[in-house]
Design a protein around this ligand. Structure first.
Ligand code: ADP
Length: 375
């Protein structure tokens, strides 16, 4: 799950849509902060607050406190993950480029029939790279990125959650192009039939669906203008808001919500080649003795592992040479520590097991063939 993001200096403002305050802020961002630059850090912070206040004041019908909370807790920009950091998943990357990145970077090409989708779901077993993909999209699409989890939207005060949802969409529209990324979407979009569903989660879900629909109707409005020859992108910018979501439990998503995710991209367990690439990457900066044949063997024995299982395995194996040393580790020179070998992986494999069961996998594949988008 994406943790509540911290505000960073590079946060949230899309340079492309700069008004005067925004451009000031953006220009400010171009100068890297150094430790001796505290004054400018303070200036920027103040400037950012002014900008936030301006935006909040300009939003009508939006609760001020809720808007502040969205800014304070939710808005992040470009968490630096790039496509190349993610092993494999070529078709998912391609789908995301086509559905999100290209339309955001070249809105002029994606109109009318090519109108981008408003909802995309990434589903599959845990630890397969869904969150990483979302972060890469944030980096590559240069959009304002709202990373939210159910817990950041749920409030114990009745009615507060709906205000947060409204504020979220209002700010997302204001700062468009924007991506609203919801991790573990199943927890706020659970099926209506679920007996455990309580009043407050039903209300959040309904508000979310209402706000999301309002994006589609705005898009329908801009569709009408298509073909008028107008080159003015501004109206359409308001509609460049996409809900991107991830789930390990696609079958528990409410049907109405499921339909709104026009693209439903299966993120499966990594194939041989992907595991190979990931293992190579993980070991690329380490001293090791693994030969090509060893890698081939590792690829075979890690069949059924998720990307995060592989990361855990490699981390554990990397501890092997240190474990051998016991307390001697404290006085051993770094250069004297033996390289990581296949033997370390084999011993870690005794207790690092795949986290997804075969039965579990079948369930994902069935759901993918019934509801997934092909390709
Ligand atoms: P998910 O959101 O699908 O549960 P994450 O994207 O959070 O999974 O991945 C968890 C961790 O597993 C990542 O931080 C990364 O270390 C590793 N990982 C998973 N898939 C990949 C991949 N395709 N390439 C590289 N690392 C991966």
């Amino acid at each position: 799950q994406v943790s509540a993001p911290k505000k960073t200096e590079s946060s949230k403002v899309d340079p492309a849509k700069a008004d005067s305050t925004k451009s000031e802020l953006t220009t400010g961002n171009a100068t890297p902060l150094t430790e001796g630059n505290e004054d400018s850090e303070v200036d920027k912070k103040a400037l950012r607050e002014i900008l936030e206040d301006e935006i909040i004041d300009s939003l009508q019908g939006v609760d001020k406190q809720a808007a502040e909370q969205i800014f304070a807790e939710i808005v992040v920009h470009g968490d630096e993950v790039h496509w190349d950091d993610i092993a494999g998943l070529e078709s998912a990357k391609y789908s995301l480029k086509e559905a999100v990145v290209y339309p955001f970077l070249r809105p002029d090409l994606f109109r009318g029939l090519r109108e981008p989708v408003r909802g995309m779901l990434l589903f599959g077993p845990p630890g397969t790279g869904k969150t990483m993909l979302a972060r890469a999209v944030a980096t590559e699409s240069r959009s304002t990125f709202f990373s939210i989890s159910a817990s950041s939207l749920t409030s114990k005060y009745l009615g507060e959650s709906e205000k947060l949802v409204r504020a979220l969409f209002a700010i997302a529209k204001k700062l468009s192009p924007s991506i609203v990324f919801v991790d573990e979407i199943d927890s706020i979009m659970g099926s209506r039939n679920n007996e455990n569903e309580n009043e407050s989660s039903r209300r959040i879900k309904n508000e979310f669906l209402v706000q999301w629909s309002s994006l589609s109707s705005a898009a329908a409005g801009s569709n009408k203008n298509e073909g008028t020859g107008s080159n003015n992108n501004n109206d359409e910018d308001d509609t460049r808001v996409l809900v991107l979501a991830a789930t390990n439990l696609p079958w528990s998503i409410d049907e109405a919500a499921r339909r709104r995710f026009v693209r439903r991209q299966y993120i499966p367990l990594p194939e041989d080649q992907t595991r190979y690439v990931q293992l190579k990457k993980l070991l690329s900066y380490q001293k090791h003795t693994l030969t090509d044949l060893d890698f081939d063997e590792l690829v075979k024995i890690t069949e059924g592992f998720s990307g995060s299982d592989i990361t855990s395995l490699a981390k554990d194996a990397a501890m092997g040479p240190l474990r051998d040393l016991g307390d001697k580790l404290l006085e051993t020179d770094r250069d004297m520590i033996r390289p990581i070998g296949l033997v370390d992986f084999k011993s870690s494999l005794q207790y690092i097991k795949p986290s997804v069961s075969q039965d579990g996998l079948v369930k994902y594949e069935e759901w993918a063939s019934q509801f997934g988008s092909s390709g």
